[in-house]
Design a protein around this ligand. Structure first.
Ligand SMILES: Cc1cc2nc3c(=O)[nH]c(=O)nc-3n(C[C@H](O)[C@H](O)[C@H](O)COP(=O)(O)OP(=O)(O)OC[C@H]3O[C@@H](n4cnc5c(N)ncnc54)[C@H](O)[C@@H]3O)c2cc1C
Length: 327
């Protein structure tokens, strides 16, 4: 039985795992997809500018350092393994039922405490919901950030004027693509730095504009038919690669089934990252408390707090000091 089982191997889960090992607790990190979280699954190519100590670091490289650090200290990891059910037994220990995405093998893993670090949960990218969308292959459509190798030399339309859309547009221009941003709102909604960047790169944008149809020629994407508010007729914007960055819909049904209290799409926690269930802690994008920011740095900070809280729950030390960790 592991002393701590961490659900989710993003920055929050990996830092929690690293900290559990600083406390010499046995720990297993289980991830439904790739260990590394959003850093590898959503924006591997993107530079991160707000990780202390680095002016900029490519997201997938930052993930590699976090993974290596946790593993080097002895945290065990399992990828492609989704936690389906979490049960608290009468003796205060936990049984977690998992399913492997490839082998379909189900397992029961036992632990003395649990840290939930599932980011946005089982989230699905929001789709445009227009005809033909589901038939487009990966070489013509993505819901992730644009990857430079896939967009180089293409005529790209980016749907969405938030940070993801603006970062995709920048990456595509830098890869030599011709790019148009289509935004349903009357202004771009990303951070000022991202808006400045697309202004500097002079990336054309269509505001107040909604996608009506995809234009296909011989089964291949040739354009996007869009309608701008106040303009009489829709126009076709040429496009052979479509990037849809309009958010994700979150589904926390499983977490609710586990008995964890949920507020909207997040789990409320106290200052110790405790949930409503004794022995279950949570950290990262999935949690909320007053003053919460969804950032890599806060995810990691909360992972460290959750690990120390799990230590107190499992080991019940008479006194907890951080000084033991400094030697
Ligand atoms: C496009 C984009 C750019 C960003 N850029 C920055 C930036 O520059 N700087 C910054 O500070 N922040 C940035 N962020 C935010 C940052 O990525 C998140 O705050 C951070 O990844 C949260 O970490 P996490 O560990 O909580 O969750 P995640 O990184 O989402 O990791 C959660 C993991 O849990 C796994 N999981 C989910 N459900 C289960 C389950 N049932 N069983 C097992 N595993 C499960 C998932 O597969 C995933 O790997 C960006 C976000 C996006 C979308």
């Amino acid at each position: 039985m592991h002393e701590v089982l961490i659900i989710g191997g993003g920055p929050a889960g990996l830092t929690a795992g690293m900290y559990c090992r600083m406390r010499k607790m046995s720990v297993l990190i289980v991830d439904a997809g790739r260990i590394g979280g959003q850093l590898v699954s959503l924006y591997g190519d993107k530079p991160v500018h707000d990780w202390p100590g680095y002016h900029h670091v490519i997201a997938s490289e930052l993930a590699d350092t976090l993974i290596e650090h946790a593993r080097e200290l002895g945290a065990e990891t399992l990828d492609q393994t989704k936690v389906l059910d979490l049960l608290r037994r009468d003796d205060g220990t936990f049984a977690l039922h998992t399913l492997h995405a490839v082998t379909r093998e189900s397992r029961t893993i036992e632990a003395q405490s649990v840290i939930i670090a599932i980011g946005g949960g089982a989230f699905e990218p929001r789709k445009l919901k227009v005809a033909g969308e589901d038939a487009l292959e990966e070489d013509q459509l993505t819901y992730r950030l644009a990857e430079k190798t896939k967009v180089a030399g293409k005529t790209v339309v980016v749907i969405g004027g938030g940070d993801s859309g603006l970062e995709s547009a920048q990456a595509a221009v830098q890869a030599g693509a011709s790019v148009t941003i289509v935004q349903v709102l009357e202004r771009l909604t990303g951070m000022e730095t991202n808006i400045d960047e697309v202004d500097i790169l002079k990336i054309p944008r269509m505001l107040n504009t909604r996608v009506k149809e995809l234009v296909l020629e011989q089964g291949r994407l040739a354009g996007v038919l869009v309608q701008t508010k106040g303009v009489e007729a829709p126009v076709t914007v040429p496009c052979d690669y479509l990037v849809v960055n309009i958010g994700a819909s979150v589904n926390l049904d499983a977490v609710k089934r586990w008995g964890i209290a949920v507020e909207g799409n997040v789990i409320p926690v106290d200052n110790h990252m405790k949930t409503n269930i004794d022995g279950v802690f949570a950290c990262g994008d999935i949690v909320t408390y007053e003053g919460k920011y969804k950032l890599l740095l806060t995810a990691s900070k909360e992972g460290a707090v959750a690990a120390n809280s799990a230590y107190v729950y499992v080991r019940k030390p008479s006194r907890v000091t951080m000084g033991d960790l400094y030697t």
